[in-house]
Design a protein around this ligand. Structure first.
Ligand code: EPZ
Length: 419
């Protein structure tokens, strides 16, 4: 079991191009099922979650080939509609295939995606929306057996009680296969949804409104092969910037639009960092200990992203001053706190709230990644800590970060992967 060995205290310096967005490429790969032909995706990150998704596409009968950061998907020969349990367990967000398979084949079978490290991950909004569009969904012994009803799928208005990212995406994909107009009211507004709309529009779908809480899809339009460039990963960008904030120095990230992580940037600025932005880049300079900032409450976009909560907390824990965090999106997203405490962090938990009191500087320790973003947070903490930190549980980090250690070394960090 390998781990990262990080010796902190070295300021970072340099520029890096951030990889394609995990949370955009996953639904876009599912959307390729709607296209009976070859789609070419550029800036497709090499992550374990993406590898699992490509395996699922191949199992369903598609061709899926990678050459560098370009992936070619050919769904012409799509022949299966069932995703085996072991692959569903490996990646619960495979529920996104539900809508695409229903739209293309009129049927889908997958096992109920379980919870994950973040707590229960219900899919009730997905299922009720797809039923409203005409899907008959049986839930039996942990499996979901879905097929379009006798009259077939039909577009209609769908109101979401929570702006669920996954449910919004599943409805968008299903609606492409529904003749008639579908309107999603209360849609999630994340940039990854705008990216999915961009892919679908390029393939000929009549869809608009992504980025707002109302999305309309005129379904039943045949989609054509397309080449598409995936957006940059805003959470990976936030990770490198928080690493620069924790370690000090000057870090530039390119390939990301600053407005997609504006909530994180404003926190870093309030903490004392200097930021300069361009259309596709952010430059962060940090030369003093980070200050405490006003309360950080996670919320649907454009609010503060839950995926950056642990990462920002790790940077502030080694600064000065106190910051209150409130995690409103998931029930169990403070599992990294125990590991940060091993590095000397002073964090008090009370339900959804976490009070972080900066201790001036964390110290090295042996810590374990608890989940994807929690693991990245430990790396951020280690970059600013005194001494050496061992971070294990790297399979969590590999789900969402491409070459994290190599990229940080290129920025001057003392990090290496040891067996
Ligand atoms: C997506 O998950 C992201 N994953 C998550 O990123 C991200 O944290 C989350 O959106 C919120 O931004 C991908 O895009 C692959 P939700 P998703 O449905 O779609 C509740 C990462 O680290 N809910 O927007 O599963 C749910 O419990 C991952 O990259 C229901 O109650 O999130 C949560 O409290 C972690 N019923 C809230 O909505 C449902 O049917 C938001 O979840 C669906 C969701």
């Amino acid at each position: 079991m390998s781990c990262y060995e990080i010796t902190g205290g070295r300021p970072l310096s340099g520029s890096l191009a951030v990889h394609g967005a995990k949370n955009s490429v996953l639904p876009i790969l599912a959307a390729c099922l709607l296209v009976p032909g070859q789609c070419v995706l550029r800036n497709c990150p090499d992550l374990s979650d993406v590898a699992v998704t490509l395996d699922i596409l191949r199992l369903l009968g598609c061709r899926a080939d990678r050459e560098g950061d370009t992936v070619v998907i050919d769904a012409s020969a799509l022949s299966r509609c069932d995703i085996p349990e072991h692959l569903m367990r490996e990646m619960r967000s495979s529920v996104i295939f539900l809508g695409a398979l229903l739209a293309r084949l009129g049927t889908a079978e997958l096992s109920y995606p379980g919870g994950c490290e973040l707590g229960p991950r219900p899919i009730d909004l997905h299922l009720s929306a797809l039923r409203a569009l005409g899907a008959e969904i049986l839930e039996e012994q942990g499996a979901l057996v879905c097929r379009s009803c006798r009259e077939g799928l039909r577009g209609r208005e769908i109101c979401l009680s929570i702006p669920s990212v996954g449910a919004t995406e599943n409805i968008m994909l299903t609606a492409c296969g529904c003749p008639g107009l579908t309107t999603i009211v209360g849609a999630a507004r994340e940039p990854e949804i705008v990216d999915l709309q961009g892919f679908l529009q390029a393939a000929g779908a009549r869809i608009q409104g992504a980025g707002t809480s109302s999305i309309t899809i005129q379904g039943g339009v045949p989609l054509r092969p397309v080449q598409y460039q995936v957006m940059g990963d805003r959470i990976a960008a936030a990770t490198y910037l928080c690493g620069g904030a924790a370690a000090g120095g000057e870090v530039e990230v390119t390939g990301v639009a600053p407005d997609t992580l504006a909530a994180v940037l404003s926190c870093l600025e309030e903490a004392g960092c200097t930021l300069h932005t361009g259309p596709d880049r952010v430059v962060l300079t940090s030369c003093a200990p980070l200050r405490g900032i006003s309360p950080v409450r996670t919320a649907p976009y454009p609010g503060f992203p839950t995926d950056a909560q642990a990462i920002l907390m790790a940077a502030l824990a080694g600064g000065e001053g106190a910051t209150l965090f409130v995690e409103n999106m998931f029930d169990s997203r403070y599992r990294h706190v125990g590991e940060l405490r091993r590095m000397g962090a002073d964090i008090q938990l009370a339900g959804r709230a976490a009070m972080v009191s900066g201790v001036g500087r964390l110290h090295g320790a042996s810590v374990r990644s608890t989940d994807l973003r929690g693991g990245a947070a430990l790396v951020v903490a280690a970059l600013g800590a005194e001494g050496t930190t061992q971070v294990s549980g790297l399979h969590h980090i590999g789900r969402g970060y491409q070459a994290l250690d190599k990229n940080l070394r290129a920025l001057g960090a003392d990090i290496r992967r040891v067996p």
